[in-house]
Every structure is written in C-alpha cells, then in structure tokens.
Write a protein that binds this ligand. Structure first.
Ligand code: WTA
Length: 656
C-alpha cells in the first residue's frame, strides 16, 4: 500500500525549501508523501475508494463513497456496501495464513506459557463464541458489555459480537462498579462478559465481585458469561451467571457472519467528557475497518513475518484499533500482554520483546518515563535487535523520554512514530511514516493521507501560517470518525462541531513549526490526561462532592514526572467536616473516587480551602487554580474582577 499527507499545492514548494538541509533520501521520500497527501486532498473519495478496493471482502460494493454535513453533523462512508468485519479480519486470511499466529498471548506470569492462536484457531474460537452469544439470545444490534482483563477471550468476544452484528461496549477492567454500571445502563447492555478475576503483577483482582456490585444497578442485564482465569471461588447468580467454558465446548465452530451495512454500528467505547456522564462514542463498520487497516499497515510498516506488539489494553481505543482490528485486518501477528511493565521486574517489556522477537513496539509516554527511571541494565540485558519501529501514543511525549526511547530501546536505528489520535477519531491521524518522515522529538509531524487539519485562532479563524499555535481541528471527514454519541446526538454536535463552523474540534491545542510539523501541546478543555488516561474533571468532582463532609471541589492537573499530569484537588469542607482529621478525609475522598471511577482517578494532592476563586457569574476560575498547583504564581493575571479575590492569597499560602 502507499502512504501519506497534506499541504495544499501551493505549499509544496515552500516545504521543499525548508527541507533543504535534509538528505536527498529524505527529500525524495517526503515528496512521495506530499504527492499522496495532495492526491488525498484533491480527491478524497477517489483516494479512499482505491484503498477500500484493494484488499477487503465486500459482500456488496458501495453506492456512494462519502456523504457528509458537519452542520448536522452527519457522515457516511461507503454507503450501500455490505460486509462483515470479522470476515475481513479472519476468514480472508485462512487460505494463506491459516497456521500463522494471529494472537500471541503473553500471560502475566512469565512462567506460564505463551499461547499462539493461529488464524484457523481464532476462526473457530470466534465462531464458537458467536454461537454462544446467539444461543444466549443476543441478536444483531444488541449491546454487549465486555469487562475482561487482557486474556484471549477479550479479543475473541469483541470479534464474536462483530461476527453476529451485536454492538460491543468494552469497559476497561480498571473501572469501578459505579463506572461500569453507568456505562452498562447508558447503552442498555443485555449481557456482560466478565471473568472470575484477573492478575495484575503479583496481585489478583476480584472482577466478578465488581460486576456483581455494578449489576445491582443494572436491571437490563439478563446474562453474565464468566470466563475462568484465576480459578477463584466466586458467587454465581442462579439464572443470570453462566460459566463460559462449557458453553463454548458445546458450540459449533462454524458461524455464518451477519452481513452488515457499512454504517451499522460496530462498537461503542466510552470516553470522558466535561460533564459527569461519559460519552459513548459510536464507531461504524466499513469506514472504521478501512481506516484502521490502512493506518496500521503504513504507520507500523508491517511486513508479513513481523511480530507486532501494542502494550495498551483493549479497554481503550488503542487496543480496539491497533491490537484487534487494524492488525488482524492485515493478517498480522498481534501480541496481547496480560501483565504490567514491572512484574516480575522492570525488564519485563524487553524480555517479552526478546522472547517473541517483536518488530514493532507501541506504548505510551507514561510507561516510557517509568521505565527510564529504572536501571539501564533492565533494558541492556535483553536482545532488542528485532525491533524496527517504535510507537508512542496517548499524550505528548516529552523530549527526555523521546531520547531515552530512541537511544536505549531503538538504539537510534528504529524510527519513533509519535502518533496523535483520539477515541473519537478511531485511528491514527498524525504520525511520521517510518523511514520516510524525518522524526523530530515531541512532534507527531504530518497528518496521514486523507487527513486535513486546521489550526484555529481564538476568534474562530483558521490560521494559515506556520510557526503558530492554535486549536487543532479537522476540516474534512475521514472514514473512521465516530458518528455520534450513543443516545445523545446533540451532545456530539455540541462537543465537536459547535466550537468552530464546519470543523471537527479535537479539544487539543497544537503548534505548527516552520516546515509544517505538528506538535500537540495538550488538552484545552476540562479533560486531564493522567498516565495516558483521559479523565474529565467533572466526574471526579461529582464523586468528591458525594462525601458528606464536602461542600464543593475543583480539580486541576499539575506536571508529574511519570504520569505526565497528576491531579490536584481543592476542596471546601462543610462545617461538619472542618473538625475532622485532614489526612483521614483525604483517604476517604480518594476512596470515594476509587468507588465511583476507579483508582486511576485518585488525587495526588488535596488542599482544603475556605473558598474557590469564582467569576461574578459563579464560574470557578480553574486557570488560577491550575497556575497555583503548577507553582506558576508569577503571572496569575487579573484577579480583581473575581467575586472573592481574597481567597487566592489564602490558597497560595497553603499550597501543597
Ligand atoms: C492525547 C488515545 C500528544 C490528546 C488514542 C488526545 C496525544 C487524547 C497523543 C485522546 C500524542 C493522544 N501526542 N497527545 N501522540 N495521542 N494524545 O481518546 O490530548 O484516549 O486528544 O485516545 O490523548 O485520548 P484517547
């Protein structure tokens, strides 16, 4: 397949001049990128049609490649086409790759053997699972919640849903019972697929207990299928809970794929937003398949015998697109890792790379920063010579981490693809192409072919120059964009299409350098990225405010060496709470957050205060709170217009 990117015709010459200091090799290849990008901008329909024609099995060809209207907003790709994504991810490969490993499962405990699941075995296991779903009353269009650790059943159950046209909603197994219940109810899931428990390093987690607690609040769930993983003695609720294994054993290994319309929903995946309710992003079938397959192939330069490993969890979009669908659509071998980077020691990632001769390794900056803190010996004692491409995703990668990754893992030979994208975009939007785009630390570089970016200024105007920063938007549809928020199209419109006219607004700030490379500077809304996880401030504040001693709270982010950002909470206590021991209160507040959201949202610092700075209309001035938490108090701006300016000094005096 071919690749690459966008800068209008007129820009190309200028671009070339800027690149003059580069080698002829790079210029030649970049030219290729520009050509392809230019082509994709001139004729997006033709461009994507060519990609779609190239590889996939279509049960019926599309009538129209694209129709769109960002005002409504409504976007349709490959309208009229019929297909099943699992036929493209599995069946299509059986003839030539039946014995090839599709999923390489590396367990939490290194002494447990890795499992190689071939394409043929995957075919059989997905079909069996699909037949079980059908036997249990799941039909096309039904929603199924999957709450599983990183074991093969997680990938298999998502594919089994797709096989029969059920819509999967995978919830990351680190979320709490309350968070799980909210997600199950929001999309009316009929079934939950869970396990008896999970391993996480040296710990075991009682996942089924969490499901049981969640289901107290979920009257719509009829069935819970339970996979065995840790063999713990759990309670099974009569009539509702069923062990998966015996059902699978009885199921046939053939299951005709349900033929889906291009725009039928494939899955829902929740992401945090600026209100307490998570947003169920809806992804549809054909466009998502085409785009994840295309970007996987090009961004990771996957070749037939490569072993690709993405360390994300399938509970996040990175796992959906680049552990399951993108790699499998390309007939790749994709590693699924159950464990954590520091178990049994900090060399685990590199041990796994050496053991399976991993060629592409894709992880998050927070993991890189944690690994970089450890003794270099952890890396150096493992043979990493199989690596060809290194990836980064989830948050801005700082320069130090970039160099550590480049020097010690890539040995300055493997290009780093710093990939920028979102749950909403479905696939990678900005990234270097290995061996073509010269990399630059902290820059995600150019948009991929088919992606038309824009930077907007504060007044809602597009900024055309280089060497500027602005708000990152996308001005033309791409195949894998989320089509709506489940059950709330208005919120979809308000969140993404109302800030700037005819633009999809990403919520991120970015700067564009002198050659047109993009660097993502971070969120410009009320979402904070902690260890690569998006956390909305509103749901955390809602949770804290449930504490009986708390009157009000505000959360901001502050820089953290490993997590990127950590959370700082300002809390006003009710009179009843004022006499209480503050350390105990801090523990209780974090406990409430753990119960409502999960341990990932715990606060690093909690400062009790008598007030929060507010505007005259009563809005909390988070900008001021953020600056105080980040020790940037030299330039707080004008505080005199606040309703309660005196509180700023009090907060500064007591900052933690
Ligand atoms: C951030 C993850 C800088 C960004 C795929 C985005 C990044 C949010 C990068 C989406 C990157 C992701 N550089 N920032 N390479 N990749 N982000 O939905 O703020 O979990 O909007 O999707 O992560 O996070 P999400």
């Amino acid at each position: 397949m071919i690749f690459f990117i966008t800068l209008g015709d007129s820009n190309i010459k200028i671009q070339h001049k800027k690149f003059q200091q580069m080698s002829n090799y790079h210029i030649k290849h970049l030219e290729e990128y520009f050509q392809i990008h230019r082509k994709s901008v001139r004729n997006p329909e033709g461009f994507w049609e060519e990609v779609a024609e190239e590889h996939f099995i279509w049960r019926k060809r599309w009538d129209k490649v694209l129709s769109w209207d960002f005002k409504k907003p409504e976007v349709k790709w490959f309208e009229g086409a019929k297909l099943n994504i699992t036929e493209n991810c599995i069946d299509r490969h059986l003839r030539i790759r039946g014995d090839k490993t599709a999923i390489l499962f590396e367990p939490n405990d290194p002494s447990e053997e890795a499992e190689h699941i071939s394409y043929q075995q995957l075919y059989e296991r997905v079909n069996q699972f699909a037949n079980v779903l059908k036997d249990q009353g799941i039909n096309k269009g039904d929603r199924v919640c999957i709450y599983l650790p990183m074991i093969p059943e997680l990938a298999i159950s998502t594919l089994a849903c797709a096989r029969i046209g059920a819509i999967h909603s995978v919830v990351f197994a680190g979320f709490s019972a309350t968070a799980l219940a909210t997600r199950i109810n929001d999309s009316d899931c009929k079934m939950v697929i869970a396990s008896d428990g999970s391993y996480r390093g040296s710990k075991t987690i009682d996942l089924k207990g969490i499901v049981d607690d969640a289901l107290e609040e979920c009257p719509g769930v009829e069935t819970v299928l339970v996979a065995k993983r840790i063999n713990s003695d759990i309670k099974m609720k009569e009539g509702r809970d069923k062990w998966l294994q015996p059902l699978l054993e009885e199921a046939l290994t053939e299951c005709e794929p349900e033929i889906m319309d291009a725009e039928d929903p494939l899955f829902i995946l929740y992401t945090s937003g600026s209100t307490g309710m998570p947003k169920g992003m809806v992804h549809t079938t054909a466009g998502y398949m085409v785009y994840t397959a295309y970007t996987f192939k090009n961004v990771f330069q996957y070749r037939e015998n490569d072993v690709y490993w993405c360390t994300a969890d399938i509970g996040w979009i990175t796992g959906h697109s680049y552990i399951v669908y993108g790699p499998l659509a390309n007939g790749a071998t994709t590693v699924m890792f159950e464990g954590v980077p520091n178990y049994p020691d900090w060399g685990r990632f590199w041990e796994v790379v050496a053991k399976h001769k991993v060629t592409q390794f894709y992880t998050a900056p927070t993991a890189i920063r944690a690994l970089a803190k450890e003794n270099l010996e952890c890396v150096e004692k493992h043979d990493l010579s199989s690596l060809k491409v290194l990836g980064s995703v989830g948050e801005p990668i700082n320069e130090e981490a970039w160099h550590w990754y480049n020097d010690n893992v890539g040995k300055k030979k493997s290009p780093i693809v710093d990939t920028w994208w979102q749950t909403e975009t479905g696939g990678i939007m900005i990234s270097p192409i290995p061996y073509l785009t010269p990399t630059k630390p902290t820059y995600a570089t150019f948009p991929l072919p088919g992606i038309q970016l824009s930077l907007m200024d504060e007044n809602g105007k597009e900024i055309k120059d280089n060497q500027v920063d602005g708000r990152l938007c996308i001005k033309f549809p791409w195949p894998s964009m989320a089509r709506t928020i489940w059950g709330n199209h208005k919120r979809y419109k308000d969140t993404y299409f109302s800030t700037y006219e005819n633009q999809y607004f990403t919520g991120d700030g970015a700067l564009r350098d002198e050659v047109g490379y993009y660097r993502i500077t971070g969120r410009v809304d009320d979402v904070i990225i902690v260890s690569g996880h998006n956390l909305g401030t509103a749901p955390i504040e809602d949770a804290i405010n449930e504490h009986q001693a708390v009157a009000e709270s505000a959360i901001v982010g502050f820089p953290h060496d490993i997590k990127g950002n950590a959370l700082y909470g300002y809390v006003i206590l009710k009179e009843s709470g004022e006499s209480r021991n503050h350390d105990n209160l801090r523990k209780e507040i974090n406990q409430i957050i753990t119960e409502h959201i999960g341990p990932i949202a715990k606060l690093d610092k909690i400062q009790f205060t008598s007030g929060l700075p507010k505007t005259r209309s009563g809005k909390i001035m988070r900008r001021i709170l953020r600056k105080i938490a980040c020790s940037e108090t030299d330039n707080l701006g004008d505080t005199s217009t606040l309703l309660n300016p005196e509180v700023v000094q009090e907060i500064m005096d007591n900052v933690l």
